[in-house]
Write a protein that binds this ligand. Sequence first.
Ligand code: ADP
Ligand code: MG
Length: 355
Amino acid sequence: MSLFKDMLKSGESLFRDTLFLSYDFQPKILFARENEQQRFAVAIKPLLQSLPGRNLFISGPPGIGKTTACKHVLRELEETTQDVTPLYINCWKENTSFKIYSKLCDDLGFKFLQNKRTTELLDLIKTKLNKTSVVFIFDEVDKLEETDFLYALLEDIYRKSIFLITNYRDSYSELDERIRSRLSPEFLIFRPYNESEIASILKQRRDYAFVQDCWDNDAFKEIVERCTELKDVRIGLYLMREAGSLAEDQSSRKITLQHVAGAMKKVDEFHINPTETLDDDLKNILDLIREKSGQKIGELYTHYLEQGNLLSYKSFQRRILKLTEAKFINTEKTTGKEGNSTIVTYNSNKKLTEY
Ligand SMILES: Nc1ncnc2c1ncn2[C@@H]1O[C@H](COP(=O)(O)OP(=O)(O)O)[C@@H](O)[C@H]1O
Ligand SMILES: [Mg+2]
């Protein structure tokens, strides 16, 4: 019965544990970020001698290990010393000063915070943290609604390093001048991985997540190639999970090129058809660009205001950047008589996997 020898029996699975394919999973081994880790260490080192640390502004496109590398450093720090308190905040979840202080207090072990006001929370934080040294990591700072807390921490906490992480290099210039001058950070730009780095990263996850030898070499190689082209590790993780599920649906013991092709189709849908997942605001702007494709960003902004929308030019530019990164639109810088400008065009049929 060789016909059935490659079929999964009921109750069998190709997956050991899908948890290892989740984007938030913290791998033990961090590949190819030695230089970046070194920069973190140099910034933090003075704190180990009870001196003020340095601040870093970390940027780079999504899915290339910024969060993971920072968390890795915090973990190592925790394992090495008790003299420096590591604190990590995701500003997408905690986007106001009040929420950030509440989370910090929570992480510092304070209880019964329900009725405390913003200033009271800050006082608790100051009292506790000024007895020690501290590394603050604020991730996704472009999602912040308020930044007063940064000013307060810069002023009132004595021995600290503050790391700000963002996908958008521009978010630095959007910070308040008072904050920028006190922060005076060093800039650290993460570069995308090359193919062999992506291969190492995905291999580690594959070996955790799947049973041994279920991947065809060609199929895995295809995923590495696509992931390298798209420059986002998360796409590789997504493709591995989808291809694995497709193979399992067909009771196949092997994950083949055909399953990978099926998974890639899903990525297309996921990225091409995601207008449902765009918030209304971005959708409006995308509609406008579709209608007026090829115009300059300033002209588009004027139309946008004429439609009765209220948004600063800076915020408009940021939304354009988001749409560009999600590959809904293309932007091209031009230099003309009237100075520099950016032409914005609608991306009608380019699919993510064609890059
Ligand atoms: N150098 C690396 N070694 C191991 N895994 C990595 C590495 N870089 C990224 N990853 C994995 O890729 C995914 C995306 O990384 P993440 O840190 O969330 O990216 P970013 O913060 O830049 O958007 C995560 O699941 C992470 O574990
Ligand atoms: Mg991140």
